[in-house]
Design a protein around this ligand. Sequence first.
Ligand SMILES: Cc1ncc(COP(=O)(O)O)c(C=O)c1O
Length: 386
Amino acid sequence: MYLDNAATSFPKPEKVYEAVLHAMRDVGASPGRGGYRCSLEAGRIVYKARESVADFFSIRDSSRVIFTHNATGALNLALQGTLVPGDHAITTSMEHNSLLRPLYALRKKGLELTIIPVGSDGVINVEDIRRELRANTRMIAVSHVSNVCGAIQPIQEISELCHNSGALFLVDAAQSAGHVPINVELMAIDLLAVPGHKGLLGPGGTGFLYVAPHVALKPVIQGGTGTNSTAEEQPLVVPDGFETGTHNLPGIAGLQAGIEFICEVGLSAIHQRENSLLIQAEQALRNITGVVIHGPANSSMRCSVLSFTASGVDSALLAAELDHGFDIAVRAGLHCAPLAHSSMGTAPGGTLRLSPGWFTTSEEIALFSDAVVQCIDKIRNIDNNS
Ligand SMILES: Cc1ncc(COP(=O)(O)O)c(C=O)c1O
């Protein structure tokens, strides 16, 4: 039973597998690298995917969508491509290392960095950000939904704060894209980093960065773009100058099929199903002695993931018992967000996190809950007898 869709979604819709195979078996060529028919067909697949992404996120100009290999690539491009020494950036303690580590690296080169501590419910207090604004604040960078506890952050208020202060707004949508609606126009998002392989149901090795038209981006990787070959400098044209090297054509084809599947099923149907599975799990877990659910108390302020600890039980051991005894895949530990656990009071051991997906059933959640009871009993009995 796979309950780690926050890491990467599995299984994928059938049409995603078909699209990947079609790109590999029937098309084969590299897009934008030849004038022959199969290269042109590959180019059409990439164009169609870019248009689908743009439609899904209400992006007016699809050329502002830059394909990357994951959310990490998109975040690195957004941060390294805009911030310079002397700039000030604000982020929070709820962030993933994919956002924090590039910021730490930039800090070594002269970036001023403020990390806002977040309370134990994992929800950002917008006033805490407002207090830290400076004349040179160039960016506010936050995740839309916490990958540790599922807290949905007050994106709209943070966006207003950004625009009133002239800072760029970077949103890490790793745990929200494909789960809740994102409209870059209404939310006034300047930079949106998205993995293709999580909620969008595409294959591994896919993702993208949306860059608003007024944002000047510097490329962070130099190389071939298939055009402008005599220029010594990397072209600044979006998306070509930023998609250097061979595209992941099968991945991009699969991503397009994933988005198509979501549109067929309906984003709100997906959100409702995932939420009802999380509520079912939460209710069962709350009946177990010593279990604490972390994050916002109100389930309507949470999505995608549920994190818990059980008193006297090591989360990593519990995850291993669930895997070996019941073939259940869940993630234990710090989930690449160490500061979030300091805020939530779950450091150093972290939490056990489950993240159901569209294909998870209510029966599976019931089996999972029973298995947790048995594993916790087993671990506590071993400890009592030793
Ligand atoms: C909040 C958050 N940001 C960024 C990432 C990195 O995503 P990717 O694995 O696509 O690079 C993750 C992955 O789990 C995440 O949860």
